[in-house]
Design a protein around this ligand. Structure first.
Ligand code: SAH
Length: 254
């Protein structure tokens, strides 16, 4: 086998193109081929001006055959190109299926490097202006998703959420009602402060502050973009962003 290339798994950050690392920008400039996810900003992809650019991945629910196909394409690309960039939203190592790609690349003896990016939960924290580890209220943070891939074993995500001082839930808005019901039935306070941060760092960004009990209603009525749910006492004082005009959120906050 004539393997020449290196595969770079690169974090594109949460949305805004200027939240990219210098290393990521340089690799994009050098890239011969870029495989990018749906949530990556077009201006970020455009930095790869000499590369062949290939969209892979859906907004949600990418299934395993598609993932296997991506893995294979990375290997094939590394056999033809020197600089192969796999560009992922946020940080590649969090909820990005990076490990499957790394395993496949390793199995083929191909060199690879990971370039970290700003993950959605940390961008969301910056947006709401609240420390996830506010002194006196929180000494730990849990990143979790209730989402389970096809064939994956179940996991007790609620246990992790209940044990955390502060919790960031990825890929959860679509099932926000079940999340809230489950947590409350397992002992969480219905008044636990929650913030839904949508499209963090993009011009469409907004956040909605609710009690846990109202999370499902708020998510169903207002959220269309990618969103992360933040839970914890640290969010007790967060004001909703001005962009939120719908009456449901207002009546709940009052
Ligand atoms: N690797 C990514 C996460 C991929 S999973 C990272 O580190 O951020 C995709 C989920 O990330 C979405 O369902 C949503 O929960 C969250 N997400 C991605 N971009 C976001 C954004 N700009 N604002 C809020 N949440 C976002």
């Amino acid at each position: 086998m004539n393997v020449t290339g290196t595969v770079y798994l690169v974090g594109a950050g949460p949305g805004a193109p200027d939240l990219l690392t210098l290393r990521a920008a340089e690799l994009l400039r050098r890239a011969d081929i870029v495989f990018y996810d749906a949530l990556v900003h077009p201006d970020t992809i455009a930095l790869a001006d000499k590369a062949e650019k290939i969209a892979v991945g859906k907004r949600c629910g990418r299934h395993s055959t598609a993932q296997r196909f991506i893995n294979k394409r990375l290997v094939d690309a590394a056999q033809k190109h020197a600089v192969v960039v796999r560009l992922k939203g946020g940080d590649p190592m969090l909820f990005g299926r990076a490990q499957e790609e790394i395993d496949e690349i390793e199995q083929h003896g191909i060199n690879y490097q990971i370039v970290p990016g700003i993950t959605a939960a940390l961008a969301a924290s910056a947006s709401v202006g609240v420390s996830m580890t506010r002194r006196g209220l929180s000494r730990n943070v849990t990143f979790l998703t209730p989402r389970r891939g096809a064939g994956e074993k179940g996991h007790d995500w609620a246990h992790s959420a209940l044990a955390a001082d502060t919790c960031a839930i990825y890929m959860g808005v679509g099932e926000a009602t079940q999340i809230a019901d489950t947590l409350i039935s397992r002992g969480a306070s219905p008044d636990l402060p929650a913030v839904i941060v949508e499209s963090a760092t993009l011009h469409t960004e907004r956040h909605i502050t609710v009690r846990l009990a109202d999370l499902g209603t708020a998510a169903a009525q207002t959220i269309t973009g990618p969103a992360v749910i933040l839970l914890g006492e640290v969010y007790a004082q967060v004001q909703p962003s001005e962009a939120v005009v719908e009456p449901v959120a207002r009546s709940r906050i009052a």
